[in-house]
Ligand binder design. Sequence first.
Ligand SMILES: [Cu+2]
Length: 121
Amino acid sequence: MNRRRLLLAGAAGLLAAGGGALAIAAAPKEKVIKITARRFTYLPNEVTLKKGVPVILEFTSADVVMGFSAPDFDNVRADIVPGQVARVRLVPEKVGTFTFLCDIFCGDGHEQMSGTIHVVV
Ligand SMILES: [Cu+2]
């Protein structure tokens, strides 16, 4: 009886260890920054990145179709469709403060819908 208990405990330990290893292997290499778009703002609407360190910006919309565009960076834009997750990889190669904005008309406040990317060393 005692021996059986020990075996069960051992098996549970192995499962826990295996689960931990899997979680580490499945983790993305790059930091993921989640941003929610809703009329007419982004939350957060300011992000601080490190120069040369890649990140994944992960967008969802709380209401309508939005855009995300950071024109100071190459190919950094996305359509943000309700019910879907949009991902954009960004490797900021220059230090400074940059504006991102919504580039899909989403209503009366669309023109004011923007945010800031700070890139630091
Ligand atoms: Cu918009």
